[in-house]
Design a protein around this ligand. Structure first.
Ligand SMILES: [Fe+2]
Length: 413
């Protein structure tokens, strides 16, 4: 129970790809086969989450099994239950937020998530996602969703790669309601791209299927490629989206919009106004507000905010928040710009004209559920235990004598 809250907020700094290997447990072969196929069970997920180091190179069948490391770097797991520790394999995990690091393409194997949808957010290096519906290439600045149940492989055309993955259970992503914005704005449906059919005919002896089911991993062998779909139709498909096509909305006179105005995709709950998971971005845009402290103001949020940086600098953190890193501000944890950003903004006062934030792409996975941080993240050498110091030295610049307003005369009705 204590682990759930003790380190928040936290900041994880950029990690080194070069020291990250592929992680698949040698426990894959320990269960007796089923009567149909060689179905083997593993506690891989639990083993990896309890690992204290990122570099684990287990072997499978005498050779290193290549696998986009989705599970091994599980960062945090959110549970509906707030009681005793619940095994991670339980299916009451509405979402997870993860890092992946990868240094080798998957070969002669495919992965399938029977539990939920994946949202890939590459930060370094392109990914080729080969799915049963076809192939998608995504680069940093683009995202892709692989829905629950699709088999896919990942290739790395640029070599070592890194990024983020969100996983949601029991819901699917879709575009947010636009409300008063009306018919057009934010992410447009026309910009989401689905693959065209792509297939291979060659026999593939010992082709390995790794299936995540109920939070555990199972494997099966077959002698053909799962990518044998020559045509498809329907609307339950993998898709990609270029974040640079997002049409941001912002204040044009005074004050702030809620960050949710930048929602690209949302996985809703039955409760209006709160999401199981929102995917929100902070793209290049003009800042023009007058009489307003323009960076994100100091606040507490009913949602928990997992924030990552794909490239560039984030406007509210002058130092320390690097591409590939992430911060977590849990529900009702106060946060805001660091001291340096705050002082620089105050110094500009009303002299700041219209200003364009350029060459940056930050994002948030935001949920109304309280996240739990896994052991790996808590014990990671990349954990920034001094994150709180970015707010050291904050000083009030409020001077009552500068105010024309007579506070003593204000009445609340
Ligand atoms: Fe926030």
């Amino acid at each position: 129970m204590l682990n759930r809250f003790r380190v928040l907020p936290l900041l994880l700094l950029e990690s080194s790809i070069s020291e990250v290997g592929y992680i698949v447990s040698n426990h894959l072969s320990r269960m007796s086969p089923s009567n149909l196929v060689s179905l083997e069970m593993t506690n891989l997920l639990q083993n990896l989450i309890s690992s204290t180091a990122l570099l684990i190179q287990h072997k499978y069948g005498g050779s290193l099994l290549i696998f986009l490391t989705i599970q091994p770097i599980l960062l945090m797991v959110c549970k509906l239950s707030v009681g005793q520790e619940v095994p991670i394999s339980d299916m009451d995990m509405p979402f997870t937020c993860n890092w992946y690091t990868a240094n080798k393409s998957m070969d002669n194997c495919a992965f399938c998530n029977a539990d939920g949808d994946f949202l890939f957010v590459p930060q370094k290096g392109r990914l080729w996602l080969t799915t049963e519906c076809g192939r998608l290439q995504i680069c940093p600045g683009e995202v892709a969703v692989v829905p629950q149940g699709f088999r896919f492989t990942v290739s790395l055309p640029d070599g070592p790669s890194r990024g983020y993955v969100a996983e949601i259970f029991g819901a699917h992503f879709h575009l947010p309601d636009l409300g008063p914005i009306g018919a057009n704005g934010l992410a447009a449906a026309r910009d989401f791209l689905a693959p065209i059919a792509w297939f291979e005919e060659a026999t593939r002896p010992n082709y390995l299927i790794i299936q995540k089911y109920g939070g555990e991993l199972f494997t099966a062998k077959q002698d053909f490629s799962p990518f044998n779909v020559v045509a498809w139709h329907g609307n339950y498909v993998p898709y990609k989206y270029d974040l640079n096509k997002f049409c941001p909305y912002n204040t044009v006179l005074v004050d702030h919009g809620d960050p949710s105005i930048n929602t690209v995709l949302t996985a809703p709950t039955e409760k209006p106004g709160v999401a199981l998971l929102d995917f929100v971005i902070f793209p290049p845009r003009w800042l023009v507000a007058e009489h307003t402290f323009r960076p994100p103001y100091y606040h507490r949020n009913c949602m928990s905010e997992f924030m990552g940086l794909i490239y560039g600098n984030y406007e509210a953190k002058a130092d320390g928040f690097l591409p590939g890193g992430a911060s977590l501000h849990s529900c009702m944890t106060p946060h805001g710009p660091d001291t340096k950003t705050y002082e620089a903004t105050i110094a500009r006062q009303e002299n700041a004209g219209p200003y364009k934030i350029t060459e940056t792409m930050a994002f948030m996975f935001e949920s109304y559920l309280i996240p739990r941080v896994c052991h790996w993240a808590l014990e990671s050498p990349f954990l920034d235990r001094d994150y709180y110091q970015c707010w050291i030295g904050l000083q009030s610049h409020f001077r009552k004598q500068d105010c024309s307003k007579d506070f003593s005369a204000e009445a609340v009705e």
